[in-house]
Design a protein around this ligand. Structure first.
Ligand code: FAD
Length: 507
């Protein structure tokens, strides 16, 4: 994407933005509505159009910790939100069979060990491992150990970094109630046409099947994969990343809970994709993400149904997608948020986070006095950098594998990954170093946990670790591990904590 492209495009004379039209009422549409109405509702007239007939994608139930910031912005009560959406806590993702077909590791939230200013904890761990003094890397992470023991509690001073699993349909409904109470007007109907201003190319209005017309100054495209405004009407091209992200299909099915809800998502690799298991209070969300070149839809259905636990509550729902990004997510007076703006794939639960980021960026650059080409260029540039970083992190899981038991995994191993990812892999593999760039979502700990989990062991460590004698290094490692184990042993079981803290009402 050329950051100057939007600036070079003809723009209509700046005109104040007051009337906001949100097209689509999935997670994206209602998150936008909630945030705009809460923060700027008194300045704006906000309408949201959604079609009951079309419905929403209905998945998207695992999140990452920054969602708490979004909820703080809305001043939501956590217990109320969790009870309304039948939510559980999430401390990370357990990856199973991703490295060699018979392995597991957890990518947890939070940090691991203690860093020195010259060198991250991994260097001390590598030294300890070399001398036979260190345990598993995960033994030095509080969140990871709590996840393994299925324990959870709120600790003082933000002691545990956590996110949520929730029911996506209930989340949208919860945010709808919130938004309507803050003045958002919901219009039910199917959008038939997106009407452009011939001179400026801006969107003037939407026409519904009922022939009603909805005018606006700024249109937010939250129509999901259809991308009715940004794609169909404004013709912004879509950049296809399927050469890096091979999965293009998913099947989702809900099952009855069997056993206690664990505080982590499970991601189980199969021959041509992977399966998710997301435990909620009232049920489990399951799905299979797969590559249609290597697995037929019928095979996928059979594989998924053979690998779920508990009574199957819904008919498996098929979803097709193209991993990639919209070349510009803001063009003229239209901003795309949610699946309309791009989709990596669900492996690291980053899609709802990208909705939040798009939304916060929009608030920061809100064009109250009129749309500026410079804002558009800046917005698009920031969105691109952000999603490309996440793309690299997800590609890492597929590429860095020792699996060669199927054509799918052999293809993943052999793929030519983005240069930015190649560099990270070389840097860690050769030196044990990882650096987080500005505005990057995934911190050093995430990269290290996944690179080690996928089998990449650095050849070197920082020499500062050599300065520690065996006794000092043992004391250092054991004091971290001891503190973590003591803390974890005092936490209540996750399931019990959820029931006491935010039990969902029976429906
Ligand atoms: P949708 O839910 O598709 O909503 C689109 C809206 O537009 C609907 O209200 C629809 O009625 C409306 N609409 C469309 N066309 C018209 C029309 N013509 N007229 C009127 N209205 C219209 N994200 C995560 O963060 N974590 C996850 O674990 C996760 N898992 C996923 C698993 C899969 C298989 C997939 C495909 C996605 C997953 N995601 C996940 C992504 C997540 O589901 C989406 O980011 C989120 O649901 C937002 O979707 P949306 O609102 O953009 O689109």
């Amino acid at each position: 994407m050329d950051p100057t492209a939007a600036s070079a495009m003809p723009q209509a004379p700046a005109r104040p933005v007051r009337r906001i039209v949100i097209a689509g009422g999935g997670t994206a549409g209602w998150m936008v509505a909630a945030c705009l109405s809460k923060t700027m509702g008194r300045l704006l007239d906000i309408q949201l159009v959604e079609s009951d007939e079309i419905g929403t994608v209905g998945v998207g139930e695992a999140t990452i910790p920054p969602l708490q910031i979004f909820h703080q912005l809305l001043e939501l009560d956590e217990r109320e939100f969790m009870a309304a959406t039948s939510a559980t806590f999430k401390l990370g993702i357990q990856f199973e069979n991703w490295r060699n077909g018979n392995d597991r590791y957890i990518h947890s939230f939070g940090t691991t060990g203690k860093d020195h200013w010259t060198a991250g904890f991994q260097h001390f761990w590598l030294k300890g491992r070399e001398r036979g003094l260190a345990r598993d890397y995960g033994d030095y992470s509080l969140e990871l150990r709590a996840a393994q023991d299925s324990r959870f509690a709120h600790l003082p001073r933000g002691g545990l970094s956590y996110a949520y699993h929730f029911d996506a349909t209930r989340y949208a409904a919860f945010l709808r109630t919130f938004s309507e109470s803050h003045g958002v007007r919901r219009i039910e109907g199917k959008i038939r046409a997106v009407n452009l201003d011939a001179a400026s190319g801006h969107i003037r209005s939407l026409t519904l099947d009922s022939s009603a017309s909805i005018d606006g100054d700024l249109f937010i495209d939250c129509t999901g994969f259809r991308a009715l405004l940004i794609g169909e009407a404004l013709k912004v091209p879509y950049e296809d990343w399927s050469h890096w992200l091979p999965c293009d299909s998913a099947l989702a099915v809900q099952t009855a809970s069997v056993g206690e809800a664990v505080p982590y998502t499970r991601s189980i690799a199969h021959a041509s994709g992977w399966q998710w298991r997301i435990p909620l209070q009232h049920r489990v969300g399951n799905g299979l993400v797969y590559c249609s070149r290597h697995m037929s839809d019928d095979e996928a259905r059979a594989l998924l149904l053979a690998n779920v636990q508990g009574e199957v509550l819904t008919t498996p729902r098929q979803l097709k997608f193209k991993p990639g990004q919209r070349r510009e997510v803001w063009r003229h007076n239209c901003v795309a948020i949610g699946l309309a703006s791009g989709f990596i794939e669900p492996l690291e639960s980053t899609s709802i986070h990208l909705i939040q980021r798009g939304l916060i960026r929009l608030m920061q650059m809100f064009p109250t006095a009129g749309i500026s080409a410079a804002d558009i260029a800046e917005y698009n540039q920031q969105a691109q950098t952000e999603i490309e970083h996440i793309r690299d992190f997800v590609v890492l899981h597929y590429h860095l594998t020792q699996r060669d038991d199927s054509a799918f995994w052999r293809e993943c191993r052999a793929m030519n990954v983005p240069a930015s990812l190649r560099h990270r892999l070389a840097l860690f593999g050769e030196t044990g170093r990882v650096f987080r760039g500005p505005n990057e979502l995934f911190a050093e700990n995430s990269w290290i946990q996944v690179m080690l989990g996928q089998g990449l062991m650095p050849q070197q460590h920082h020499p500062v670790a050599d300065l520690m004698g065996d006794g000092e290094l043992t004391d250092f490692l054991e004091s971290i591990r001891g503190t973590i184990n003591r803390t974890v042993s005092q936490l209540p079981p996750h399931e019990r904590y959820v029931q006491q803290y935010c039990a969902a009402p029976a429906r």
